[in-house]
Design a protein around this ligand. Structure first.
Ligand code: PLP
Length: 399
């Protein structure tokens, strides 16, 4: 059968993750991997989930094992409505719906808002999963550099004006304001405000993707962009992947009612509803204080890992390298001298039994070829220093 002739036009935009092979290699047992974006398995609330599951199966099985409404179970959306007050968000229950991971929420944004050729602004670097989701709808992604305070909003403004003049269709700005994946940086409060002003001036949406905001090791929380949004311009997403379990595939969106309704219609044909079982479990997890206690433990665990990694980098990495010092989250970002190509260097690293993700994977402009992302949360404490030592050797050899 010549199936190639039968694929839809849309499939020409599909991209497999360019790092999939790399991630497979990095999972070899002898490789110390800083490549994946995974939480530590020691961070999972195993005992808490056992306890809650027992309770749910005894008391709530009729709901937890049944189909649910597409926006999510009302009892769980109520929980989320309360929970997002932690981020200064005053939502109505009709502004909230539940998704199968925030990855699905990103895909729904694509379905609902992106026509082929529409301009989406993202930072350089940005989350790879968002690049792939938006690209699948034919988005024209325009990169905006970032620094220690997140996206350079001044440059964003220039780019918006330039593209508007050319008559491009501008749709939205995608941002991961807190402990960004991959760079680990935080968008400052001033820039958050400015971003919202710019979006208002040019009538753009903001997609605020916040998987890491609870994982703060130090410093004061910065208000979410959604908390400053008076016009319903911000689509906010949060997830249980990094504070409970990514295996639950449970996330939520807060958006202005009419936007939420449109997004829910798009979701209906995807999966009818998010799993009810995990929604009921997560409801107990949040409401009975398990989440707060667990997050405290995760923060302690991850802060220690970050410190081990930063100390080892200070000791072993060549002076010519620069890296971010994240105040939370799961990643840090390294820049090597310009002439070092981190895409080619991956092979050397795998030979030395250490893995990272090259910076190009997170760039929509082909840049980042002298950069890399390191994950500090998944490797065990006692292998981080050895992994950094190996990586330093690989870099020095290239230099
Ligand atoms: C910025 C960002 N958005 C979304 C996701 C997807 O998360 P989920 O597991 O909720 O689909 C991730 C996962 O790493 C992420 O880093």
């Amino acid at each position: 059968m010549r199936v190639d002739d039968l694929y839809s036009q849309r499939t020409k935009y599909f991209r497999t993750s360019e790092i999939r092979e790399l991630l497979e290699l990095s999972q070899r047992p002898d490789v110390i991997s800083f490549a994946g974006g995974l939480p530590s398995p020691h961070a999972f609330p195993v005992e808490e989930i056992k306890e809650i599951v027992e309770r749910v199966l005894s008391n709530d099985y009729a709901t937890a094992l049944q189909y649910g409404p597409t926006p999510g179970l009302k009892i769980f959306r109520e929980t989320i409505t309360e929970y997002v007050k932690n981020f200064g968000i005053n939502a109505d229950i009709d502004d909230v719906f539940i998704t199968v991971g925030s990855q699905q929420a990103l895909d729904i944004v694509g379905r609902v808002f992106i026509d082929a050729g529409d301009v989406i602004f993202v930072s350089l670097p940005t989350y790879l999963g968002a690049i792939n989701a938006f690209y699948a709808y034919g988005a024209n992604m325009v990169g905006v550099p970032l620094d220690e305070e997140g996206m350079r909003v001044d440059i964003l403004e220039e780019k918006i004006k330039e593209l508007k003049k050319k008559g491009e269709k501008l749709k939205l700005i995608y941002t991961v304001p807190t402990f960004q994946n991959p760079a680990g940086v935080e968008l400052s409060e001033e820039r958050r405000k400015h971003l919202l002003e710019i979006a208002a001036e040019h009538d753009l949406l903001i997609v605020e993707d916040e998987p890491y905001s609870m994982l703060r090791f130090e410093g004061e929380p910065i208000p979410s962009i959604k908390s400053m949004d008076k016009e319903g311009r911000v689509i906010y997403m949060g997830t249980f992947s990094k504070i409970m379990s990514p295996g639950f595939r449970l996330a939520y969106v807060v958006a202005e009612k009419s936007v939420a309704r449109k997004m829910v219609v798009a979701k209906q044909s995807m999966d009818l509803c998010a799993p009810t079982f995990t929604q009921v479990i997560a409801k107990y997890y949040v409401e009975n204080g398990y989440l707060t206690r667990r997050v405290e433990k995760i923060i302690e665990m991850y802060r220690k890992k970050r410190d081990i990694m930063l100390d080892a980098m200070d000791e072993y990495f060549p002076q010519e390298c620069k890296w971010t010092k994240p105040r939370g989250g799961m990643f840090l970002w390294v820049e090597l001298p310009e002439h070092i190509n981190t895409v080619e260097m991956v092979q050397d690293a795998v030979k030395e039994k250490v893995a990272y993700v090259h910076g190009r994977a997170f760039h929509v402009d082909g840049g980042g070829t002298n950069a890399m992302r390191l994950n500090f949360t998944n490797p065990d404490d006692d292998v981080i220093e050895e992994g950094i030592k190996r990586l330093a050797k690989v870099i020095k050899t290239r230099m």
